[in-house]
Design a binder for this molecule. Structure first.
Ligand SMILES: N[C@@H](CCC(=O)N[C@@H](CS)C(=O)NCC(=O)O)C(=O)O
Length: 219
């Protein structure tokens, strides 16, 4: 374990933040959530030093890690490994289908951020090409994941506690319910997967909610 304090700058309503928070819990790495109060801020210091003004940022002492997947790698390194990985990372996977599936999960999460920030907060027209195509691409990614997620999960190395793929897919699907963007009804297998993952202690400990004090922007 790290002798230095570990802090996660993020928001309880953010799916990228929740990926990191769940992985920290799964690995047993103590990690304090530092709430970023206002996602409209243009000061990197408010994001734990993230120059691109995003959450999450992991702070390990003076070091900073940007990007949810990199944060998970750092948390896994802090936890150390004995034998098989407890949380399967991208580098533990060797299958085209699984790589493509992970790409579509990250894409869908980013597409949802774009729709929320663009249409909901910025009040830009949803029929603008960037948002209309973004929503169509999000629906396409979800349909593909609904058709292939079970097969992808079978391809993941065993034994494991969980994987970045499963954690990120869960955070994506639950966030689409928390912050409706496109309907989830057409994706029964994704809903079933999320309902099952939601019973894990790490998922129950990190419910989506809006942090107080209230902010002007809350993806
Ligand atoms: N690739 C980044 C994406 C992070 C991201 O998009 N975070 C969202 C919140 S879930 C954000 O900071 N949105 C603020 C904005 O778009 O202005 C990661 O993996 O951490």
């Amino acid at each position: 374990m790290s002798p230095e304090p570990i802090r996660l700058f993020g928001r309880s309503s953010s799916h990228f933040t929740r990926v990191a928070a769940i992985v920290a819990l799964e690995l047993g790495v103590p990690c304090e959530l530092v709430v970023v109060p206002d996602l409209a801020s243009r000061d990197p210091a408010d994001y734990g030093g993230h120059p691109a003004l995003r959450v999450p940022t992991l702070a390990v002492g003076e070091s900073r890690v940007f990007g949810a997947e990199n944060i998970c790698r750092r948390l896994a390194a802090i936890a150390g490994r004995s034998g098989e990985p407890r949380v399967v990372l991208a580098e533990h996977v060797d299958a085209d289908l699984a790589w493509s599936a992970q790409e579509l999960v990250w894409h869908a999460m980013s597409a949802q951020v774009q729709l929320v920030v663009g249409v909901v907060f910025s009040k830009l027209p949803p029929d603008a090409l960037i948002f209309a195509k973004g929503a169509a691409g999000l629906r396409g990614a979800l349909a593909w994941l609904d058709a292939h997620a079970d097969e992808v999960i079978e391809l993941l190395p065993k034994p494991r506690d969980t994987s970045i793929f499963e954690v990120s897919l869960f955070c994506l699907v639950e966030h689409l319910g928390f912050r409706p963007t496109v309907p989830l009804e057409p994706y029964p297998r994704l809903r079933a997967f999320a309902a099952s993952f939601a019973t894990r202690a790490s998922a129950r400990a990190t419910p989506y909610r809006y942090d107080v004090p209230p902010t002007t922007v809350t993806p």
